[in-house]
Design a protein around this ligand. Structure first.
Ligand code: F1P
Length: 357
């Protein structure tokens, strides 16, 4: 397959177009800014519980970390099923909570039922973040983050993940009220597209390594959710065994299975740069191949990796997620192609999981 031949893949098209959609989303969100300022003021004393299923749960992990880091609001991330089964453990009694419900489709049964349960049984208001404003979840929530989104035809979520993420980062930027952060939020759309295109060839090269049979993705802070999502993308599209951990947790047992068939991706954070260099050295001893993703400051401490993808400095860990995710999506896409699989038709999966519960 040459670099232009993707058999008209919806998944590939949707990965490659995502930064253009971010720009339109930011413009629309800005037009509703005052509504969101009021919402942030109204809920500034509450715990913001971010929730979703599958990719949208990993989005909850990533988005909640960056939202909490930039607003200083208390945050939590849980799968929607936890709200259905253990709501008292999710919504702390005697402390106000709000639910941020995340779903590309807005019809996944667990998150719709969780939103209704939160309000009807616990009096908890909700903000929905969805790519379908007419969906059951959007219509049942008290507030919606509104942005245009060209429907994804693929089963696996790609641009929907990052567009919903940037909409939450926009909300955090309003609360942070830092002109520099706002400027970077606008600038990252072009830089992310540039980084994605400049590094597509190395991603294809890595995905073509036939000896690699399993993948490990490591990240801390907002990048733990990204590591989980990267592992899910790899699994959903290429059917490769994929695991994900907090970076330094990998030494505490899971690395027992690493070998020469293992490909380890470390998503480097600025806050973690004092630790990632030694981690690379330790993991190289296992015979595995290693890719480090990070900005210049983070990556320079991780010498010895087999591959390095360096992103521009200065955006910070919260925004760097928008540089890393498209690359990790391409890794899963190209591994699927290298295995002769069609990412548009992942085995055993449907675009939405609806339950009879
Ligand atoms: C959630 C989800 C996806 C998964 C698959 C099935 O969808 O679990 O994460 O990749 O597409 O649905 P949604 O609630 O975000 O629409």
């Amino acid at each position: 397959m040459d670099s232009t031949d993707h058999d008209g893949s919806a998944t590939y098209r949707e990965i490659k177009r995502q930064q253009k959609i971010w720009k339109m989303a930011l413009a629309t969100l800005e037009s509703d800014r005052e509504e969101y300022v009021d919402l942030l003021n109204q809920w500034q004393k509450s715990t913001w519980v971010f929730s979703g299923c599958g990719t949208s749960y990993y989005l909850a992990q990533t988005a909640s970390h960056s939202f909490g880091f930039n607003t200083s609001f208390p945050v939590k991330a849980v799968p929607a099923s936890e709200i259905l089964m253990f709501p008292e453990a999710v919504f702390t009694p005697n402390h106000p909570s709000v639910l941020v419900a995340l779903s590309r489709s807005g019809t996944t049964t667990e998150i719709v039922r969780a939103l209704v349960k939160a309000r009807e049984e616990f009096g908890i208001p909700s903000l929905s973040v969805s790519c379908d404003l007419q969906s059951a979840m959007s219509m049942r929530s008290d507030y919606q983050l509104k942005f245009p989104f060209e429907r994804e035809d693929s089963v696996v979520m790609t641009g929907s993940f990052t567009t919903m993420l940037i909409s939450i980062l926009y909300l955090a930027a309003i609360q942070k009220n830092d002109p520099d952060f706002f400027q970077k939020l606008q600038a990252i759309t072009d830089r992310s597209e540039q980084i994605m295109n400049e590094n597509e060839a190395i991603i294809r090269e890595i995905s073509a390594i036939e000896s690699i049979k399993n993948y490990v993705f490591l990240g801390q802070g907002p990048f733990f959710g990204l590591a989980n999502e990267a592992a899910l993308k790899m699994q959903e599209m290429s059917l490769s065994l994929s695991q994900s951990f907090h970076s330094l947790e990998y030494r505490h047992g899971p690395m027992s299975t690493a070998n020469h068939n293992t490909f380890i991706t470390i998503i480097c954070s600025q806050n973690g740069r004092a630790f990632d260099g030694d981690l690379v050295k330790d993991l190289k001893k296992l015979g595995s191949k290693i890719l480090v993703l990070g900005d210049e400051v983070a990556v320079v401490s991780s010498t010895g990796a087999d591959y390095q993808i360096v992103i521009p400095d200065g955006f910070g860990d919260s925004l760097n997620a928008l540089m890393f995710m498209p690359l990790l999506q391409l890794l899963g896409y190209y591994k699927a192609r290298a295995r002769g699989l069609n990412p548009d038709h992942p085995r055993n999966l449907t675009a939405v999981v609806e339950l009879n519960i």
